[in-house]
Every structure is written in structure tokens, then in C-alpha cells.
Design a protein around this ligand. Sequence first.
Ligand code: NDP
Length: 322
Amino acid sequence: MADVNEVIIIGSGPAGLTAAIYAARAGLEPLVIEGYGAGGQLMITTDVENYPGFPDGIEGPEMMQLFRAQAERFGTRFITADVTRIDLSRRPFRVWVGDAEHEGNAIIVSTGASAKWLGIEGEQRLMGRGVSACATCDGFFFKDKPVVVVGGGDTAMEEALFLTRMCESVTIVHRRHEFRASAIMAARALDHPRITVRWGSVVEDVEGDQVVTGVRVKDADTGTEDVIPAAAMFVAIGHQPSTSLFTDILDMDSEGYVLTQPGSTVTSIDGVFACGDVQDTTYRQAVTAAGTGCMAAIDAERWLEANPAPAADHAGAGASAD
Ligand code: NDP
């Protein structure tokens, strides 16, 4: 027999946990299915220095632990596993974790996104110690140092331009001989005196023992290899929203990001809301994810008030979960 919850939140980064805090304080006793990768992208971030309220910075995992504790304090329940199947065709909505079925009168989708990685050896080993996928988050740690940005799209241009504000030099490594980026962004990067481009070059590995010291690249035409000295390598080859569960169920853009109505978290299905990076192709910051998490909880609360579940559906509300 499935338990019936007012709100089920799928995903537990800053968006999902902020939604949980707000939903719990509104008395909705949310159930968070936090996933095996609980905490989201901040779990692989070292120092977070741009989240307001932490003037001395905080480690990403510690911050997510605080978010979780705050959600728990107001009665959020957690399941530490991945959702394996969903049925959003009727209310109550149904969510499965393996064989266990959970029902929700409203659903908040906050499954996030993840950076695409190159898949080379040093990348995982030096993650958070010079390897990063977020210049806004980590650029500051490489003040006055040479850095490398990998990629040729708008994100790579944006990251490279941002890094010129604090880094000594920025080398963009791109595998082809022309950028994929929009003309205006590409021109800005190409015209910048502190940006150089390694065209037609593939990253072979990132070097360094404890921290990044250089990026080994191979010229795709000649096969020659050399090492670009660098204190950091920013990988900017795109992001992947975690939306495979919702394919053909929720409306998405061509990249698989969940579409929400502008200025809200409302998705293409009544009673299903989306927040955080799963619907954000622009900002992708912890603080903006938290902001949309708050919006999703408020949207869900108002929607539930206007669309109460039939009495029978409330029977199991608040049933405990592991
Ligand atoms: P894109 O998919 O546009 O670009 C990814 C880049 O990474 C491409 O140049 C691609 O090379 C390269 N790449 C992909 N995989 C690899 C790999 N394994 N090894 C080496 N290089 C690789 O992603 P973005 O994140 O740049 O942009 C996503 C979307 O967001 C776009 O629509 C973009 O316009 C938009 N955006 C807009 C911004 C703005 O307007 N301010 C800012 C940031 C993003 P190749 O070109 O050879 O395929």
C-alpha cells in the first residue's frame, strides 16, 4: 500500500531542500526522495564563498548538510535512494523507488543537472583542486594565475571572459578550428588581450600531484603534445539536466531542460513544479536554485489549497517513510 503525501520532492540540492524547508514550514510534511547522489553538485564543490550569510565561506557538503538539517527540523522526511519510475498521468501522482510506491498530491522536481566532463584520468583526481566546471564558483581561487578553459560554446566564452577579471591569462582549448559559440560571444573572447586560443586541440590529461599544474594537450592535426602551464582547468563542454525520468512526460526544451512558465515553477502538468538547475539554463547558482526552490514550495502550497485532494486521498498523508 502506497503512502500518500501532500508533496513529494524529487532531488536534494539547494533547490529541493529549500523547497522542503518552505513546504515543511507550511505544514505539508514533504517527502524528499534525495537520491543516492544526495546534495547535488555542491557535494563536489570545495569552498563556497558566494552564498550570502557565510562571510568566511563554507564547504559545499557542509552547506548541504545544514540545508538538510533545517528541512528535517520542520518535519521533512527523506528517502535516500533514486526514483526509478513515475506516473504523473493522474492524481495522486505516483513515484516508485524500486518496488516501493509513494503517492503525492503535488510533485516538485528538483533533480538538477550535472556538468559534462572530459572523462580523463586527472579530472576526477584533481576535482576541486584545480579542476572545476564553474568559473563563477571557483575562479577567485586562481587570482593572478594562468588557467585553461576547455570548450568552444557560449559557456566556454562566458567562463573565459569572467576569468580574465582575476586570472593572469586564460587559454581556451577547443577541439575544432571554429567556435560553436554565438558570433558576439566568440568575438569578445577573441578580442580579449588576456585570452589565447589553442585551436584543434584535445585535452589528453590534466597534470599535478596535489593541485593542477598544467594541462596536456594534443594537436589534432599533427599529433604533437605539449603541456600548457595552468593552476586550473575549467571544463565548459556543456551541462546535462537529470531529466531522463520525465522524458515524454513533462515538456522540455531541445536539451532536455524542464520548461516552466516564466516567473513561476509551473510545468506542463498541473500540480507538478520544477525548480533549480533542472529548469535553469542561465544562472545555475546555488542561491538561484534555492530561490526557485522557495518559489516551487509556494506555488505547490497555493495550488494544493486551490485543488485539494479528494478526502480519501488524504487518508495516508503524513505516513512515515524511512
Ligand atoms: P554547447 O553544447 O553549446 O557547447 C559545448 C562545447 O563543448 C562545444 O564547442 C563542443 O565542441 C565542446 N565539447 C563538447 N564535448 C566535448 C568533449 N568531449 N571534448 C572537448 N570539447 C567538447 O554548450 P554550452 O554549455 O556552451 O551552451 C549550452 C547552451 O546554453 C547553448 O545554447 C548556449 O548558446 C547557451 N548559453 C548561452 C549563454 C549566453 O547567451 N550568455 C551563456 C552560456 C550558454 P564542438 O563545438 O566541437 O561540438
